[in-house]
Design a binder for this molecule. Structure first.
Ligand code: RP5
Length: 163
């Protein structure tokens, strides 16, 4: 049986952790092995490229990259791997995260980054889970159960309004 793939959660600074920990929590709730690192496209460029270049052989299946301001981290990691890279633009500047959103999403052709909303850590984790679930039926089942719970929660709130 093939080993379960890990998700790498990389943040550009430890100041991003309050947002990023929501992704880590969501991945752990889904019983997905996760490894978190602080690594910067600008402050530790050699470490970032080495990590991404060896991520596949080190057992990762998806990389999540969170960064604010001139948010080049997800793009730089994506440049060094064929693994799917999910970018979380972080709201950490006077521009309210719009800078990071544009820097993360506006990738040149050939190097895709799947970008979620500003501070969209939970959806980054769920998207990573859905990617891994393509080849993991048990994980797909846990995701389906989570969706069902979400639906039932909304239906209960609707029913309460009608009572
Ligand atoms: C980005 O700059 C980081 O991802 C962070 O969002 C922002 C500020 O970093 P610090 O100055 O707080 O370390 O690279």
């Amino acid at each position: 049986m093939s080993q379960r793939k890990k998700v790498a959660v990389i943040m550009g600074s430890d100041s991003d952790l309050p947002v990023v920990e929501k992704a880590i929590k969501q991945l752990k709730e889904l019983d997905i092995p996760v490894e978190a690192h602080v690594m910067s496209a600008h402050r530790t460029p050699a470490q970032a490229s080495t990590f991404a270049g060896s991520a596949k052989e080190n057992g990762f299946g998806v990389i999540i990259a969170a960064a604010g301001k001139a948010a080049h981290l997800a793009g730089v990691l994506a440049a060094h791997t064929t693994l799917p890279v999910i970018g979380i633009p972080i709201k950490s500047s006077t521009l309210d995260g719009l800078d990071a959103l544009l820097a993360t999403v506006q990738m040149p052709g050939g190097i895709p980054v799947a970008t979620v909303a500003i501070d969209g850590a939970q959806n980054a984790a769920l998207l990573a889970a859905q990617i891994l679930a393509v080849s993991d039926d048990q994980l797909a089942g846990r995701l389906a159960a989570m969706k069902q719970n979400m639906t039932e929660g909304v239906l209960q709130k609707d029913a309460a309004l009608q009572a």
